[in-house]
Design a protein. Sequence first.
Length: 215
Amino acid sequence: MFTGIIEDIGKIAGIKKSGGKWEFKVSSKILGGGIREGDSVAIDGVCLTATKIENDMFYVDASLETLKLTTLYDKKVGDRVNLERAMGTGGRFGGHFVMGHVDGIGSVVNIKKEGDSLRIDVEIPTEASLYVVKKGSIAIDGISLTVNEQHANIITVNVIPYTASKTTIKEKGLRDKVNIEADIIGKYVQSFVNIDQRKGLDKNFLYEHGFIKGD
């Protein structure tokens, strides 16, 4: 599990394509010495496993399914990427629950300065918009952000200068693609509500599942 607090901006140093997977070589001066083989690393919000370490370089494999569902398919050597290691036991939790399981690819539809911050509108997949609420959390390229506005499948986030300086989001332009992961809590809530659609979410349902007590 991740928090959406980016630790470093790395660089794609190499891509080796084969029939069933692509191997990415990623450089990170900050994380290079802090990653071991088998560790989980989020690259632009995509959870991958470090398969090999070489000084300030590490390698990960992305399956064809992962490539199809994320922006990794469009990455080129030299591209900069957001990096975060999986949260360690006992670590401080600064963002929100980010699983590294991307829901789909979004597209930047508007960017403008708003004071010192950036106001960014992103069109997200319709299925992901079901789990988004105003003032809730969303991960964009692995960055934990707050949804300030939502109109159908268009969301608005405000990026403060610190976040812009520590991530690649300031480098995005119109129509650029980004990885989207909706808040896992919203997914669990929807799953729970749909447990028994015959009964619906009424007082009896809440009583049976321990949310309220009887008189």
